[in-house]
Write a protein that binds this ligand. Structure first.
Ligand SMILES: Cc1cc2nc3c(=O)[nH]c(=O)nc-3n(C[C@H](O)[C@H](O)[C@H](O)COP(=O)(O)OP(=O)(O)OC[C@H]3O[C@@H](n4cnc5c(N)ncnc54)[C@H](O)[C@@H]3O)c2cc1C
Length: 524
């Protein structure tokens, strides 16, 4: 009845916008919808917020919102768009580029650089494929330019989506104030205060600066500078072999830089299954990279253009000289100066404390993404955003299942995993079955000339439950979602293997690995 009334108004009365929002206090949305129709009908059209994708004003039209999101990364922009789609009047505050670290300085530009490295490698190995080609030259400046262009394209895509969904973009640095207010200071230093029923903090993280690795942005650098180096160094020390460190180490070694990778833990990519770490270590060494594990950087002495890096390992103390030192020892949250103390929002170990729906201890204030506990990954931030906003809108979202989060590293070979490693599953007391299928036995991998790596499945012997999946090889980051979906929906390993997998594909190796766990593999 009410919807047909809205349709009637929209169709018959073009000057009246039928945009609406569902007030959280009034989940029926009835009063709010009618109020919005009334407001929209009496205000000039350019001053209204529409959900019919016709008009967008980047300049906020008033100071009151249902939802204000601070930060426009994959947490913030997804929250803002979903919020608007659910009919709430929404603004997002951003001090830098739309899309956050992920689109501008993280996930996307790194993958663009890695693609350049892949093309370079393919050309230099063209003869293997029966193609004659001149040896390729790695033009780092051109690679960086392409990567920045890709980042810009993606950031513009977010701008388009925000506009399409009538989200107001407020440029400036946001800070929460008591009484559900947000103060935004723009580039000219002018502060404006906005009000919202719900304020979502999604301010993300930045490169961690360690005292023995003080980043100067020139010789000791973080990931931003690593993405935009003006010229190719001859030598580089990369400290930290998590996903970020490993991707940069791989990229620079690929294009001809002599890289030394230093990892504090006993294995590279230390969060991965030990077999995956061993494979990555082998592949890196095969490329000529120097890999040092159980090693730590004590200090860096800069002498003119050279960094003398003192590294302590089981073998003793060693000094490695390098043109550049990349510190990739993790990230630290952007929580300073954003008003948490003034509002009384609780933090713990540099993260904001939230419940299953990302509500902080102060009513009306929420936090998502890298600023809360959990894996610092883009897809996690986005999943949290959806749960947070749907709850605000009065829906009944399922909390994020943190035991089923995939993680990927885009080196060659790639790494993709979900769930427990074999070691963790055994430590947790499971009777474990392991199935492994090497890509040396895969037709697709052999045809592609990329036979490094394997599929490893960790299975509960009692229940056939998939406890973990650990993939290492060509294109495996595209394959892990199948296992994530299977686990999310309670499919067992045998049920996954019973599905016919197309041939020849890398993914048929999943089926083979499960069969191998039960001693039934045909192709081994
Ligand atoms: C080099 C690198 C590679 C990565 N690769 C991957 C990958 O392949 N896959 C993956 O899943 N994850 C990857 N990540 C991690 C991923 O980028 C982050 O987990 C993700 O961006 C977090 O999203 P977020 O929304 O929490 O915050 P962010 O993306 O950090 O966005 C926060 C935004 O808030 C803004 N901001 C901060 N403070 C304020 C303020 N006071 N006022 C206004 N705006 C503010 C910032 O400018 C920023 O735009 C990578 C990270 C890095 C550094």
């Amino acid at each position: 009845m009410e919807d047909s009334f809205l349709r009637f108004l929209r169709d018959k009365t073009p000057r009246i916008s039928c945009s609406f929002f569902i007030s959280p206090e009034d989940n029926s949305g009835c009063k709010s919808k009618l109020f919005r129709i009334f407001v929209d009908s009496i205000l000039p059209r350019q001053l209204t917020h529409h959900s019919n994708n016709q008009i967008f004003n980047t300049t906020p039209t008033d100071m009151n919102y249902d939802v204000i999101v601070i930060g426009s990364g994959p947490g913030g922009y997804v929250a803002a768009i979903k919020s608007a789609q659910l009919g709430m009047k929404t603004a997002v505050v951003e001090r830098e580029n739309l899309g956050g670290i992920c689109l501008n300085w993280g996930c996307i530009p790194t993958k663009a650089l890695l693609k350049s490295a892949q093309v370079y490698n393919y050309i230099n190995h063209a003869a293997t494929y029966g193609v004659s080609a001149q040896p390729a030259e790695a033009d780092l400046a051109a690679m960086v330019a392409r990567s920045r262009g890709v980042a810009e394209t993606m950031s513009k895509g977010v701008q388009f989506l925000l506009k399409k969904n009538n989200v107001d973009v407020i440029s400036g640095t946001g800070k929460v104030l008591p009484g559900k207010k947000v103060e935004v200071t723009n580039a000219e230093g002018v502060a404006t205060v906005y009000e919202a029923n719900h304020i979502i903090i999604a301010t993300g993280a930045r490169s961690r600066n360690l005292p023995n690795l003080p980043q100067d942005g020139k010789k000791i650098i973080g990931y931003r500078q690593a993405m935009t180096l003006p010229e190719k160094p001859n030598t580089m020390v990369v400290v930290g072999s998590g996903a970020i460190g490993s991707e940069f180490a791989f990229f620079y070694q690929s294009i001809g830089v002599q890289v030394t990778l230093v990892e504090f833990m006993p294995n590279v990519v230390p969060n991965e299954d030990e077999d995956v770490s061993a494979q990555i270590s082998r592949s890196f060494r095969k490329m000529g990279m120097k890999v040092m594990t159980s090693a730590s950087v004590e200090k860096v002495d800069i002498d003119g253009d050279i960094c003398h890096v003192t590294i302590q390992s089981k073998k003793g103390t060693e000094v490695v000289d390098a043109d550049i030192v990349l510190s990739a020892v993790g990230v630290v949250t952007n929580l300073e100066g954003i008003g948490l103390e003034e509002v009384g929002i609780t933090t713990e170990r540099t993260k904001i404390v939230v419940d299953d729906y990302y509500r902080t201890n102060v009513e009306g204030y929420y936090a998502i993404g890298d600023v809360v506990h959990g894996p610092a990954l883009a897809h996690v931030a986005s999943a949290e955003a959806l749960v947070c906003v749907e709850k605000i809108a009065g829906l009944d979202p399922q909390p994020v299942n943190y035991s089923n989060i995939p993680g990927c590293t885009y080196t060659t070979p790639e790494v993709a995993s979900v769930g427990m490693s074999e070691k963790k599953a055994r430590e947790a007391g499971y009777e474990v079955l392991v199935g492994k299928f090497p890509f040396t036995a895969s037709g697709k991998a052999t045809a592609a000339g990329n036979r490094d790596g394997f599929i490893k499945m960790v299975i509960d012997a009692k229940t056939d439950q998939i406890l973990g999946a650990h993939f290492c090889g060509d294109n495996v980051t595209e394959m892990i979602s199948g296992i994530v979906a299977a686990r999310q929906n309670g499919l067992t390993a045998k049920q996954v293997a019973s599905a016919i997998h197309p041939h020849p594909t890398m993914s048929e190796s999943i089926m083979e690995a499960i069969e191998q766990a039960y001693g039934k593999a045909v192709h081994l």
